[in-house]
Design a protein around this ligand. Structure first.
Ligand code: HEM
Length: 508
Protein backbone atom coordinates (compact mmCIF):
# COMPACT_ATOMS: atom_id res chain seq x y z
CA UNK A 1 0.00 0.00 0.00
CA UNK A 2 1.27 3.48 -0.82
CA UNK A 3 0.83 6.42 1.58
CA UNK A 4 -1.07 9.54 0.53
CA UNK A 5 0.37 12.87 1.66
CA UNK A 6 -1.91 15.87 1.97
CA UNK A 7 -1.67 18.09 -1.09
CA UNK A 8 -0.06 15.35 -3.22
CA UNK A 9 -1.53 12.63 -5.30
CA UNK A 10 -0.96 9.03 -4.24
CA UNK A 11 2.07 7.36 -5.81
CA UNK A 12 1.43 5.03 -8.70
CA UNK A 13 2.24 1.34 -8.36
CA UNK A 14 5.22 1.82 -10.62
CA UNK A 15 6.56 4.63 -8.47
CA UNK A 16 6.01 2.54 -5.32
CA UNK A 17 7.89 -0.32 -6.92
CA UNK A 18 10.78 1.95 -7.95
CA UNK A 19 10.99 3.44 -4.45
CA UNK A 20 10.98 0.00 -2.81
CA UNK A 21 13.70 -1.12 -5.21
CA UNK A 22 15.74 1.95 -4.36
CA UNK A 23 15.26 1.29 -0.63
CA UNK A 24 16.34 -2.30 -1.08
CA UNK A 25 19.39 -1.26 -3.09
CA UNK A 26 20.40 1.23 -0.36
CA UNK A 27 19.93 -1.43 2.31
CA UNK A 28 22.05 -3.90 0.34
CA UNK A 29 24.72 -1.27 -0.18
CA UNK A 30 24.82 -0.49 3.55
CA UNK A 31 25.03 -4.20 4.38
CA UNK A 32 27.79 -4.73 1.80
CA UNK A 33 29.66 -1.71 3.19
CA UNK A 34 29.33 -2.98 6.77
CA UNK A 35 30.54 -6.43 5.67
CA UNK A 36 33.46 -4.87 3.80
CA UNK A 37 34.43 -2.73 6.79
CA UNK A 38 34.16 -5.57 9.29
CA UNK A 39 35.58 -8.36 7.10
CA UNK A 40 38.70 -8.64 9.26
CA UNK A 41 36.93 -8.14 12.59
CA UNK A 42 37.18 -11.84 13.47
CA UNK A 43 41.00 -11.90 13.16
CA UNK A 44 41.68 -11.74 16.89
CA UNK A 45 38.86 -14.09 17.77
CA UNK A 46 40.50 -16.67 15.49
CA UNK A 47 43.87 -15.99 17.14
CA UNK A 48 42.34 -16.43 20.62
CA UNK A 49 43.16 -12.82 21.54
CA UNK A 50 40.74 -10.58 23.45
CA UNK A 51 39.49 -7.26 22.07
CA UNK A 52 37.28 -4.55 23.56
CA UNK A 53 33.71 -4.51 22.16
CA UNK A 54 33.92 -3.52 18.48
CA UNK A 55 31.57 -1.36 16.43
CA UNK A 56 30.62 -2.81 13.04
CA UNK A 57 31.92 -0.15 10.70
CA UNK A 58 34.51 1.85 12.59
CA UNK A 59 36.02 -0.93 14.67
CA UNK A 60 37.54 0.90 17.64
CA UNK A 61 38.47 3.98 15.64
CA UNK A 62 35.24 5.80 16.54
CA UNK A 63 36.12 5.60 20.25
CA UNK A 64 39.40 7.43 19.65
CA UNK A 65 37.53 10.17 17.81
CA UNK A 66 34.95 10.45 20.58
CA UNK A 67 37.12 10.16 23.68
CA UNK A 68 40.62 10.93 22.36
CA UNK A 69 43.60 8.61 21.94
CA UNK A 70 45.02 9.15 25.43
CA UNK A 71 41.86 8.14 27.25
CA UNK A 72 41.08 5.19 24.99
CA UNK A 73 44.64 3.88 25.15
CA UNK A 74 44.77 3.98 28.97
CA UNK A 75 41.24 2.57 29.44
CA UNK A 76 41.89 -0.47 27.20
CA UNK A 77 45.31 -0.96 28.74
CA UNK A 78 43.60 -1.15 32.15
CA UNK A 79 40.78 -3.35 30.80
CA UNK A 80 43.34 -6.00 29.80
CA UNK A 81 45.47 -5.53 32.90
CA UNK A 82 46.62 -9.14 33.16
CA UNK A 83 47.04 -9.81 29.44
CA UNK A 84 50.25 -9.63 27.45
CA UNK A 85 48.44 -8.33 24.36
CA UNK A 86 45.01 -7.30 23.15
CA UNK A 87 43.47 -6.68 19.74
CA UNK A 88 42.29 -3.39 18.27
CA UNK A 89 40.64 -2.64 14.94
CA UNK A 90 41.66 0.65 13.36
CA UNK A 91 38.54 0.66 11.19
CA UNK A 92 39.41 -2.40 9.00
CA UNK A 93 43.02 -2.94 10.05
CA UNK A 94 43.65 -5.40 12.91
CA UNK A 95 46.35 -4.11 15.23
CA UNK A 96 47.96 -6.15 17.97
CA UNK A 97 48.63 -3.98 21.02
CA UNK A 98 51.66 -5.17 22.99
CA UNK A 99 51.45 -4.59 26.75
CA UNK A 100 54.08 -7.00 27.96
CA UNK A 101 57.43 -5.22 28.26
CA UNK A 102 59.51 -8.34 27.53
CA UNK A 103 57.56 -8.72 24.31
CA UNK A 104 58.16 -5.04 23.53
CA UNK A 105 61.89 -5.62 23.99
CA UNK A 106 61.89 -8.69 21.77
CA UNK A 107 60.00 -6.89 18.99
CA UNK A 108 62.19 -3.79 19.09
CA UNK A 109 65.55 -5.45 19.56
CA UNK A 110 66.00 -9.22 19.61
CA UNK A 111 63.65 -10.06 16.74
CA UNK A 112 64.00 -6.67 15.04
CA UNK A 113 64.50 -8.24 11.61
CA UNK A 114 60.95 -9.57 11.80
CA UNK A 115 59.66 -6.07 12.64
CA UNK A 116 61.89 -3.81 10.58
CA UNK A 117 59.07 -1.74 9.02
CA UNK A 118 56.51 0.75 10.28
CA UNK A 119 52.91 0.78 9.16
CA UNK A 120 52.73 3.07 6.12
CA UNK A 121 49.12 3.93 5.22
CA UNK A 122 50.13 5.49 1.88
CA UNK A 123 53.12 5.95 -0.41
CA UNK A 124 54.14 9.60 -0.50
CA UNK A 125 55.28 11.59 -3.51
CA UNK A 126 58.76 13.00 -3.96
CA UNK A 127 60.37 14.92 -2.30
CA UNK A 128 58.94 13.36 0.87
CA UNK A 129 58.80 9.76 -0.32
CA UNK A 130 62.20 8.36 0.64
CA UNK A 131 62.15 9.52 4.26
CA UNK A 132 63.51 7.54 7.20
CA UNK A 133 60.23 7.41 9.06
CA UNK A 134 58.38 5.57 6.28
CA UNK A 135 61.10 3.76 4.29
CA UNK A 136 60.96 -0.02 4.39
CA UNK A 137 63.38 -2.95 4.55
CA UNK A 138 66.73 -2.67 2.81
CA UNK A 139 66.04 0.90 1.56
CA UNK A 140 65.54 2.03 5.15
CA UNK A 141 68.75 0.21 6.21
CA UNK A 142 70.73 1.98 3.51
CA UNK A 143 69.49 5.48 4.35
CA UNK A 144 69.69 4.95 8.11
CA UNK A 145 73.28 3.71 7.95
CA UNK A 146 74.26 6.62 5.69
CA UNK A 147 72.61 9.28 7.85
CA UNK A 148 73.50 7.80 11.28
CA UNK A 149 77.07 9.20 11.45
CA UNK A 150 75.47 12.66 11.15
CA UNK A 151 74.09 12.13 14.65
CA UNK A 152 77.28 10.80 16.30
CA UNK A 153 78.47 12.58 19.46
CA UNK A 154 81.29 14.29 17.55
CA UNK A 155 78.95 15.65 14.89
CA UNK A 156 76.34 16.76 17.39
CA UNK A 157 79.03 18.62 19.29
CA UNK A 158 79.78 20.53 16.09
CA UNK A 159 76.07 21.36 15.66
CA UNK A 160 75.85 22.65 19.24
CA UNK A 161 76.84 26.28 18.38
CA UNK A 162 73.66 26.50 16.26
CA UNK A 163 71.60 25.66 19.35
CA UNK A 164 73.59 28.05 21.56
CA UNK A 165 73.28 30.95 19.09
CA UNK A 166 69.52 30.54 18.91
CA UNK A 167 69.24 30.04 22.68
CA UNK A 168 70.94 33.42 23.17
CA UNK A 169 68.29 35.01 20.93
CA UNK A 170 65.60 33.34 23.01
CA UNK A 171 67.09 34.83 26.18
CA UNK A 172 66.84 38.33 24.68
CA UNK A 173 63.25 37.61 23.69
CA UNK A 174 62.41 36.41 27.22
CA UNK A 175 64.13 39.43 28.74
CA UNK A 176 61.74 41.72 26.87
CA UNK A 177 58.74 39.57 27.90
CA UNK A 178 59.87 39.70 31.52
CA UNK A 179 60.19 43.47 31.37
CA UNK A 180 56.72 43.88 29.86
CA UNK A 181 55.26 41.40 32.38
CA UNK A 182 53.44 39.54 29.58
CA UNK A 183 51.98 36.09 30.15
CA UNK A 184 53.42 33.53 27.71
CA UNK A 185 52.00 30.44 26.06
CA UNK A 186 54.99 28.14 26.09
CA UNK A 187 54.03 25.80 23.25
CA UNK A 188 53.78 28.68 20.79
CA UNK A 189 57.01 30.22 22.03
CA UNK A 190 58.98 26.94 22.04
CA UNK A 191 57.52 26.12 18.60
CA UNK A 192 59.07 29.29 17.14
CA UNK A 193 62.36 28.65 18.91
CA UNK A 194 62.70 25.01 17.78
CA UNK A 195 61.83 26.08 14.24
CA UNK A 196 64.75 28.53 14.35
CA UNK A 197 67.06 25.75 15.56
CA UNK A 198 65.98 23.10 13.05
CA UNK A 199 66.00 25.60 10.15
CA UNK A 200 69.55 26.43 11.07
CA UNK A 201 70.71 22.82 11.53
CA UNK A 202 68.81 21.12 8.70
CA UNK A 203 68.51 23.89 6.09
CA UNK A 204 71.37 26.26 6.88
CA UNK A 205 68.95 29.18 7.36
CA UNK A 206 68.59 31.96 9.89
CA UNK A 207 64.85 32.57 9.88
CA UNK A 208 64.16 34.22 13.26
CA UNK A 209 60.66 32.82 13.73
CA UNK A 210 60.78 34.06 17.34
CA UNK A 211 60.54 37.68 16.22
CA UNK A 212 58.81 37.06 12.90
CA UNK A 213 56.56 34.01 13.30
CA UNK A 214 54.77 34.57 9.98
CA UNK A 215 57.77 34.56 7.64
CA UNK A 216 57.55 32.38 4.52
CA UNK A 217 59.67 29.47 5.85
CA UNK A 218 57.68 29.28 9.13
CA UNK A 219 54.39 29.31 7.27
CA UNK A 220 55.43 26.50 4.92
CA UNK A 221 56.96 24.50 7.79
CA UNK A 222 53.73 24.78 9.81
CA UNK A 223 51.75 23.56 6.80
CA UNK A 224 53.98 20.50 6.60
CA UNK A 225 53.60 19.64 10.27
CA UNK A 226 49.80 20.00 10.08
CA UNK A 227 48.60 17.33 7.65
CA UNK A 228 45.14 17.29 6.06
CA UNK A 229 43.24 15.36 8.76
CA UNK A 230 40.19 14.67 6.58
CA UNK A 231 42.29 12.94 3.91
CA UNK A 232 44.24 11.19 6.64
CA UNK A 233 41.05 9.81 8.22
CA UNK A 234 39.73 8.68 4.82
CA UNK A 235 42.97 6.84 4.12
CA UNK A 236 42.72 5.17 7.52
CA UNK A 237 39.26 3.94 6.55
CA UNK A 238 40.25 2.90 3.06
CA UNK A 239 44.02 2.51 2.71
CA UNK A 240 43.47 1.91 -1.05
CA UNK A 241 42.49 5.59 -1.37
CA UNK A 242 45.99 6.75 -0.39
CA UNK A 243 47.58 6.18 -3.75
CA UNK A 244 44.49 7.43 -5.62
CA UNK A 245 44.59 10.73 -3.68
CA UNK A 246 48.25 10.98 -4.37
CA UNK A 247 47.73 10.50 -8.14
CA UNK A 248 44.93 13.09 -8.07
CA UNK A 249 47.35 15.58 -6.54
CA UNK A 250 45.65 15.48 -3.12
CA UNK A 251 48.49 14.49 -0.79
CA UNK A 252 48.11 14.57 3.01
CA UNK A 253 51.04 16.97 3.15
CA UNK A 254 50.76 20.01 0.86
CA UNK A 255 52.86 19.50 -2.28
CA UNK A 256 53.70 23.18 -2.69
CA UNK A 257 55.22 23.34 0.81
CA UNK A 258 57.26 20.19 0.15
CA UNK A 259 58.52 21.69 -3.10
CA UNK A 260 59.33 24.96 -1.32
CA UNK A 261 61.52 23.06 1.17
CA UNK A 262 63.24 21.11 -1.62
CA UNK A 263 64.01 24.39 -3.42
CA UNK A 264 65.42 25.93 -0.23
CA UNK A 265 67.75 22.95 0.21
CA UNK A 266 68.86 23.04 -3.44
CA UNK A 267 69.58 26.76 -3.26
CA UNK A 268 71.65 26.33 -0.06
CA UNK A 269 73.62 23.39 -1.51
CA UNK A 270 74.35 25.20 -4.77
CA UNK A 271 75.40 28.37 -2.95
CA UNK A 272 77.83 26.44 -0.77
CA UNK A 273 79.29 24.68 -3.77
CA UNK A 274 79.61 27.98 -5.63
CA UNK A 275 81.33 30.01 -2.93
CA UNK A 276 83.38 27.10 -1.58
CA UNK A 277 81.82 27.30 1.88
CA UNK A 278 80.90 23.61 1.81
CA UNK A 279 81.82 21.88 5.07
CA UNK A 280 82.20 25.15 7.03
CA UNK A 281 78.76 25.35 8.61
CA UNK A 282 78.80 22.11 10.60
CA UNK A 283 75.10 21.70 10.09
CA UNK A 284 73.10 18.76 8.82
CA UNK A 285 73.31 20.01 5.25
CA UNK A 286 77.12 20.03 5.29
CA UNK A 287 77.14 16.51 6.58
CA UNK A 288 74.67 15.07 4.11
CA UNK A 289 76.35 16.96 1.26
CA UNK A 290 79.43 14.92 1.93
CA UNK A 291 77.19 11.87 1.61
CA UNK A 292 75.65 13.05 -1.67
CA UNK A 293 76.01 10.63 -4.55
CA UNK A 294 78.22 11.79 -7.39
CA UNK A 295 77.83 10.12 -10.78
CA UNK A 296 79.51 6.74 -10.86
CA UNK A 297 79.93 6.42 -7.10
CA UNK A 298 78.81 3.36 -5.25
CA UNK A 299 75.07 3.77 -4.58
CA UNK A 300 75.39 1.69 -1.43
CA UNK A 301 77.05 4.41 0.61
CA UNK A 302 75.59 7.56 -0.86
CA UNK A 303 72.37 9.58 -0.85
CA UNK A 304 70.63 10.89 -3.94
CA UNK A 305 69.51 14.55 -3.96
CA UNK A 306 65.95 13.38 -3.56
CA UNK A 307 66.93 11.34 -0.48
CA UNK A 308 68.64 14.43 0.96
CA UNK A 309 65.43 16.45 0.43
CA UNK A 310 63.39 13.74 2.11
CA UNK A 311 65.67 13.48 5.17
CA UNK A 312 65.85 17.26 5.68
CA UNK A 313 62.06 17.52 5.52
CA UNK A 314 61.59 14.58 7.88
CA UNK A 315 63.96 16.18 10.40
CA UNK A 316 61.75 19.24 10.28
CA UNK A 317 58.63 17.12 10.58
CA UNK A 318 59.93 14.79 13.33
CA UNK A 319 62.13 17.23 15.22
CA UNK A 320 60.01 20.35 15.41
CA UNK A 321 56.83 19.58 17.28
CA UNK A 322 58.39 16.86 19.45
CA UNK A 323 61.14 19.07 20.90
CA UNK A 324 58.84 22.06 21.40
CA UNK A 325 56.31 19.83 23.17
CA UNK A 326 58.90 18.52 25.65
CA UNK A 327 60.49 21.93 26.17
CA UNK A 328 57.17 23.61 26.86
CA UNK A 329 55.94 20.88 29.25
CA UNK A 330 59.25 20.83 31.16
CA UNK A 331 59.22 24.60 31.69
CA UNK A 332 55.51 24.53 32.51
CA UNK A 333 55.87 21.70 35.04
CA UNK A 334 58.79 23.52 36.67
CA UNK A 335 56.64 26.65 36.90
CA UNK A 336 53.90 24.80 38.78
CA UNK A 337 56.45 22.93 40.95
CA UNK A 338 58.65 25.77 42.25
CA UNK A 339 60.53 23.43 44.62
CA UNK A 340 61.76 21.35 41.64
CA UNK A 341 62.53 24.53 39.72
CA UNK A 342 64.71 25.82 42.57
CA UNK A 343 66.55 22.52 42.75
CA UNK A 344 67.22 22.55 38.99
CA UNK A 345 68.38 26.18 39.21
CA UNK A 346 70.74 25.35 42.09
CA UNK A 347 72.25 22.58 39.98
CA UNK A 348 72.69 24.88 36.97
CA UNK A 349 74.31 27.56 39.20
CA UNK A 350 76.65 25.04 40.77
CA UNK A 351 77.72 23.21 37.62
CA UNK A 352 77.67 25.99 35.02
CA UNK A 353 77.96 29.20 37.00
CA UNK A 354 77.81 32.23 34.72
CA UNK A 355 79.03 30.48 31.55
CA UNK A 356 76.50 30.09 28.79
CA UNK A 357 75.31 26.44 28.58
CA UNK A 358 77.12 24.46 25.88
CA UNK A 359 77.74 20.91 24.71
CA UNK A 360 80.29 20.15 27.46
CA UNK A 361 78.95 21.90 30.53
CA UNK A 362 75.36 20.59 30.27
CA UNK A 363 76.56 16.96 30.44
CA UNK A 364 76.62 17.07 34.26
CA UNK A 365 73.07 18.44 34.69
CA UNK A 366 71.61 15.22 36.06
CA UNK A 367 68.65 16.72 37.93
CA UNK A 368 67.62 18.80 34.91
CA UNK A 369 67.73 15.64 32.80
CA UNK A 370 65.49 13.94 35.39
CA UNK A 371 62.99 16.81 35.10
CA UNK A 372 63.00 16.57 31.28
CA UNK A 373 62.53 12.78 31.43
CA UNK A 374 59.61 13.16 33.84
CA UNK A 375 57.95 15.70 31.53
CA UNK A 376 58.35 13.33 28.53
CA UNK A 377 56.96 10.49 30.62
CA UNK A 378 53.81 12.47 31.40
CA UNK A 379 53.28 13.85 27.91
CA UNK A 380 55.23 11.81 25.33
CA UNK A 381 55.02 13.33 21.82
CA UNK A 382 55.18 9.78 20.39
CA UNK A 383 51.89 8.55 21.88
CA UNK A 384 52.45 5.11 20.38
CA UNK A 385 55.06 3.33 18.29
CA UNK A 386 54.21 0.80 15.62
CA UNK A 387 55.95 -1.90 13.63
CA UNK A 388 54.78 -4.24 10.90
CA UNK A 389 55.68 -7.92 11.08
CA UNK A 390 57.50 -8.86 7.86
CA UNK A 391 57.89 -12.55 8.68
CA UNK A 392 55.68 -14.64 10.98
CA UNK A 393 57.17 -15.33 14.40
CA UNK A 394 56.25 -16.46 17.93
CA UNK A 395 57.09 -13.79 20.50
CA UNK A 396 56.96 -14.94 24.15
CA UNK A 397 54.35 -17.54 23.22
CA UNK A 398 52.18 -15.22 21.08
CA UNK A 399 52.03 -16.06 17.36
CA UNK A 400 52.30 -12.93 15.20
CA UNK A 401 51.45 -13.54 11.52
CA UNK A 402 53.21 -11.86 8.59
CA UNK A 403 51.71 -8.47 7.78
CA UNK A 404 50.25 -7.89 11.27
CA UNK A 405 50.73 -4.37 12.63
CA UNK A 406 51.88 -4.31 16.26
CA UNK A 407 51.46 -1.21 18.40
CA UNK A 408 53.30 -0.25 21.58
CA UNK A 409 51.05 1.99 23.71
CA UNK A 410 53.75 4.39 24.96
CA UNK A 411 51.40 6.79 26.74
CA UNK A 412 49.58 4.02 28.63
CA UNK A 413 52.86 2.35 29.64
CA UNK A 414 54.18 5.72 30.89
CA UNK A 415 51.03 6.08 32.99
CA UNK A 416 50.74 2.53 34.31
CA UNK A 417 50.44 2.86 38.13
CA UNK A 418 52.17 -0.52 38.60
CA UNK A 419 55.26 0.86 36.88
CA UNK A 420 54.87 4.50 37.96
CA UNK A 421 53.00 4.92 41.28
CA UNK A 422 50.70 7.98 41.22
CA UNK A 423 51.44 8.53 37.51
CA UNK A 424 49.66 11.90 37.40
CA UNK A 425 52.22 13.34 39.85
CA UNK A 426 55.29 15.22 38.55
CA UNK A 427 58.16 13.57 40.39
CA UNK A 428 61.62 13.84 38.78
CA UNK A 429 63.02 11.52 41.49
CA UNK A 430 61.55 8.60 39.54
CA UNK A 431 64.60 8.99 37.30
CA UNK A 432 67.26 8.83 40.04
CA UNK A 433 69.76 6.03 39.31
CA UNK A 434 68.38 3.89 42.14
CA UNK A 435 64.79 4.21 40.97
CA UNK A 436 65.77 3.63 37.36
CA UNK A 437 67.57 0.41 38.28
CA UNK A 438 64.48 -0.98 39.98
CA UNK A 439 62.23 -0.56 36.91
CA UNK A 440 61.87 -2.55 33.71
CA UNK A 441 64.14 -0.75 31.19
CA UNK A 442 61.31 -0.71 28.63
CA UNK A 443 58.87 1.07 30.98
CA UNK A 444 60.22 4.34 29.56
CA UNK A 445 60.33 4.57 25.79
CA UNK A 446 59.76 8.15 24.60
CA UNK A 447 62.34 7.73 21.82
CA UNK A 448 61.58 4.09 21.03
CA UNK A 449 64.30 1.46 21.30
CA UNK A 450 66.48 -0.71 19.10
CA UNK A 451 67.86 -0.10 15.59
CA UNK A 452 64.81 1.91 14.52
CA UNK A 453 64.72 4.23 17.53
CA UNK A 454 64.71 8.03 17.23
CA UNK A 455 67.79 9.08 15.29
CA UNK A 456 67.53 12.63 16.67
CA UNK A 457 67.39 11.66 20.37
CA UNK A 458 70.81 12.99 21.36
CA UNK A 459 70.37 16.20 19.39
CA UNK A 460 66.94 16.69 21.00
CA UNK A 461 68.29 16.15 24.53
CA UNK A 462 71.16 18.55 23.89
CA UNK A 463 68.80 21.22 22.56
CA UNK A 464 66.50 20.74 25.55
CA UNK A 465 69.28 20.86 28.15
CA UNK A 466 71.11 23.88 26.70
CA UNK A 467 67.93 25.91 26.28
CA UNK A 468 66.22 25.05 29.57
CA UNK A 469 69.49 25.53 31.50
CA UNK A 470 69.91 28.97 29.88
CA UNK A 471 66.35 29.91 30.87
CA UNK A 472 66.79 28.72 34.47
CA UNK A 473 70.11 30.57 34.82
CA UNK A 474 68.38 33.88 34.20
CA UNK A 475 64.67 33.44 34.89
CA UNK A 476 62.10 31.56 36.93
CA UNK A 477 58.99 30.42 35.08
CA UNK A 478 56.04 30.95 37.45
CA UNK A 479 52.26 30.36 37.42
CA UNK A 480 50.10 33.20 36.12
CA UNK A 481 46.40 34.06 35.83
CA UNK A 482 45.98 31.82 32.76
CA UNK A 483 47.81 28.77 34.18
CA UNK A 484 45.65 25.63 34.24
CA UNK A 485 47.10 22.70 36.17
CA UNK A 486 46.61 19.73 36.18
CA UNK A 487 46.51 19.99 32.40
CA UNK A 488 44.29 17.98 30.13
CA UNK A 489 45.73 16.75 26.85
CA UNK A 490 43.91 17.32 23.55
CA UNK A 491 42.28 14.32 21.87
CA UNK A 492 45.05 13.57 19.39
CA UNK A 493 48.20 15.40 20.46
CA UNK A 494 50.38 15.77 23.54
CA UNK A 495 49.31 19.38 23.91
CA UNK A 496 47.49 21.00 26.84
CA UNK A 497 43.88 21.88 25.97
CA UNK A 498 44.15 25.17 27.88
CA UNK A 499 47.70 25.91 26.74
CA UNK A 500 50.82 26.08 28.89
CA UNK A 501 50.66 29.61 30.25
CA UNK A 502 53.34 31.05 32.53
CA UNK A 503 54.99 34.30 33.46
CA UNK A 504 58.73 34.85 33.43
CA UNK A 505 60.38 36.38 36.50
CA UNK A 506 63.98 37.57 36.53
CA UNK A 507 66.25 35.88 39.09
CA UNK A 508 67.77 38.07 41.80
C1 HEM B 1 62.02 15.22 22.31
C2 HEM B 1 62.08 15.08 21.02
C3 HEM B 1 61.78 13.82 20.24
C4 HEM B 1 60.99 12.75 20.56
C5 HEM B 1 60.20 12.54 21.85
C6 HEM B 1 61.07 11.83 19.46
C7 HEM B 1 60.41 10.61 19.41
C8 HEM B 1 60.56 9.69 18.39
C9 HEM B 1 59.95 8.38 18.38
C10 HEM B 1 59.06 7.81 19.47
C11 HEM B 1 60.32 7.77 17.23
C12 HEM B 1 59.94 6.35 16.81
C13 HEM B 1 60.96 5.39 17.40
C14 HEM B 1 60.67 3.93 17.16
O1 HEM B 1 59.89 3.60 16.26
O2 HEM B 1 61.24 3.08 17.90
C15 HEM B 1 61.15 8.69 16.49
C16 HEM B 1 61.71 8.42 15.26
C17 HEM B 1 62.41 9.35 14.53
N1 HEM B 1 62.79 10.61 14.95
FE1 HEM B 1 62.44 11.44 16.74
N2 HEM B 1 61.86 12.37 18.49
C18 HEM B 1 62.34 13.58 18.92
C19 HEM B 1 63.20 14.43 18.25
C20 HEM B 1 63.70 14.21 17.00
C21 HEM B 1 64.62 15.11 16.28
C22 HEM B 1 65.19 16.41 16.84
C23 HEM B 1 64.84 14.55 15.06
C24 HEM B 1 65.69 15.02 13.91
C25 HEM B 1 66.48 16.00 13.88
C26 HEM B 1 64.08 13.31 15.00
C27 HEM B 1 64.05 12.47 13.92
C28 HEM B 1 63.47 11.22 13.91
C29 HEM B 1 63.52 10.31 12.77
C30 HEM B 1 64.17 10.60 11.42
C31 HEM B 1 62.88 9.13 13.16
C32 HEM B 1 62.70 7.87 12.32
C33 HEM B 1 63.90 6.96 12.56
C34 HEM B 1 63.90 5.69 11.71
O3 HEM B 1 62.85 5.15 11.41
O4 HEM B 1 65.01 5.24 11.38
N3 HEM B 1 63.41 13.14 16.20
N4 HEM B 1 61.29 9.86 17.21
Amino acid sequence: MCLKFSGTDGLSNMECFTLSLLGLAILLLVLAFAKFMSASHDTFHKMGIDTPPTSLILGHFGLSVKFGVFKVQTEFYKMFKDKKVYGWYDTRTPILVIKDLDMVKEIMVKSFNHFIDRRVPMEHDLPFRDNLLTLRGSKWKHVRSTVSPTFSSGRIKKMSPHVERNAKKLMKHLQSKQESGEELELKELCGCFTLDVIASIAFGLEINALEDPDNKFSTEAKRITRPNLLLFALILFFPELGNIFSRLGLPIFPKSSMQYMANVIDAAIEERKRDGSEGKFNDFLDLVMSAEKEDGEAIKERLTRSEIHAQSIIFLFAGLDSVSTVMSFTLFLLAVHPECCKKAQAEVDEKIGKDFPNYENVQGLNYLEMCISEAIRMAPPGIFIDRQCVEAIDVQGVHIPKGMVVLIPVYAIHNDPDLWPEPEKFDPERFSSVNKESRHPYAFLPFGHGPRNCIGMRLAMLELKITIAAVLQRFSPISCSKTVFPFQLTKIQARAVDGAWVKIEGRQ
